[in-house]
Design a protein around this ligand. Sequence first.
Ligand SMILES: Cc1cc2nc3c(=O)[nH]c(=O)nc-3n(C[C@H](O)[C@H](O)[C@H](O)COP(=O)(O)OP(=O)(O)OC[C@H]3O[C@@H](n4cnc5c(N)ncnc54)[C@H](O)[C@@H]3O)c2cc1C
Ligand code: SF4
Length: 550
Amino acid sequence: MPGMSYKISEEVDFVVVGSGAAGGVIARELSQAGHSVVVMERGPHLRQGDFHHDELAYWFNDEITKLESSPPQSFRKSPGEKASSWGFQSMLYAQCVGGSSVHFTANYWRFHPVDFHEHSLHGDIPGAALADWPITYEELEPYYTKVEWEIGVSGLAGAHPNEPFRSKPYPMPPLPVKSSGVLFEKGAFELGLNPFPAPMAINSVPYDGRAACVHCGFCIGFGCEMGAKSSTLFNMIPQAEATGVCEIRTGANVVRVETNQKGRATGVMYYDMQGEQHLQKAKAVVLSANGAETSRLLLLSENNHFKDGLANSSGMVGKHIMFNGGGTAGAFFEHPLNEYKSVQVTRICHDFYDTDPKRGFYGGGGIDGRVMFGPIAYAAFAGIPGEPGWGNSNKARLQQYPNFMYSSTHCTSLPVETNAVALDHENLDIYGLPGIELTYRDHPDDLATTRFLVDRAAEILEASGANKVWKNPVYEQSFTAHLLGTCRMGNDAATSVVDKYHRTHDVPNLFICDGSSLVTSGRGQPTETIQALAFRAAEHISRFAKNGEI
Ligand SMILES: Cc1cc2nc3c(=O)[nH]c(=O)nc-3n(C[C@H](O)[C@H](O)[C@H](O)COP(=O)(O)OP(=O)(O)OC[C@H]3O[C@@H](n4cnc5c(N)ncnc54)[C@H](O)[C@@H]3O)c2cc1C
Ligand code: SF4
């Protein structure tokens, strides 16, 4: 019975805040297990037909990434500085049903076993708070497989010599290779590397009642009008609604988790679209509002019992934000590649995934071939270092758009305690509540890793026969879309926010599962891991509920 609607006064089993990559999975799993669920989503419920091919709207005018009710953001590099408000979303995420899974690029990389125990391998790294996860790759593997089959991921199992163990192949073959993929592969093979088809959460063939990709090219930053991108908007959310026990309440801006004298969560306070405040009561609360917004919500929920914010006895809420570092090398080729068509990425390379002590710094990552920009963003942003952005050389650059590609790198970010999201009491939202202040400075090893990988990316482009190759400068604080680690999981309540089952150490009926749960950043593309954690968390949370252990 899609369209289920609970009375606001009615207590439900679970309220889930956020309907994005993690929240969508949690909602479907809990409702299919028979629990009554209300999902609170700040943004609207857009449908396939609402998405359109307008680069200005999505990339320049914040369509789907900013609402009147969104918290303002500010930024500073270090705790001593005063944060300045940028006026735009420096931490980028979609605010609509499906969250950022609506407009993401859909690269779906499993973490490798090594990602879960790097502190044991490398020990303390000065200036960072590297920690082991309380779970292993082996424990998460069945849930990675679940993501690939339930969410819908295309790819080729066994394509890379260092591929971690998998219990099942991908449910769909890889997407057709693009010009960038062919050239990337050529260059990488020349250098003795092992490029392979990119695993993507995009249908290469019709799958699970959804169409195959038609290669429209308006993919990164856009919603998919075909429903071929495997967003929770198209799979988990309708399946949750179909249970008849799950309501997706849109335009619901949650501003507080309420607790009682016993220190238990009783529900969430939210503003509806008319600006009216309501309490949605629930037996348990799950926060899946993403790595920036979940922390804000916990900090906004301080009260006499929880003076430093909810679930924050460790002081770790908001700390250790990680973004995944990254940089690019660019190239022009003799012939047009017409890369503006289709999905972003079809070939990647994981040969530099592991930390290699010989490099002299911690970190590793992956490299891909792609175009990144539509024509307007290319004209605005894809300059060539040392060449003027005007006159004849700029005209020549613009004319070269069809012949252009990037090789893009994605790498580790170390957890640093002072890198944090916190409340900004000087920058208020429309309800008069504090916005989000980001403090962030790259760890030197992250910058060294990025530079190392950009050098490798440029070598691949050179070896692929490009006419011209350049390395873009590695910028500091080039954060945006991956919001990780701010309520990290761990066995020790003094150094982490949630336990290995995503239950907060401080509030027994409050759970957190989204990008904030990650202990380390992986090498980029964290969403498959976020969703594997969500499938696993939901299974345990439902079991706790059924056993009366919440
Ligand atoms: C342009 C772009 C490209 C990307 N490409 C990739 C990629 O190729 N591969 C990859 O792995 N990752 C990619 N990502 C990152 C990926 O989208 C995120 O990692 C993932 O969506 C995070 O999932 P989440 O559940 O933590 O949060 P989200 O998906 O952000 O969901 C959070 C939801 O909570 C809602 N919400 C927040 N606060 C409140 C509140 N107070 N009340 C009610 N609702 C609230 C939001 O509106 C949102 O819908 C990309 C992101 C962007 C922006
Ligand atoms: S390229 Fe394919 S997956 Fe991406 S938006 Fe277009 S049709 Fe959808």
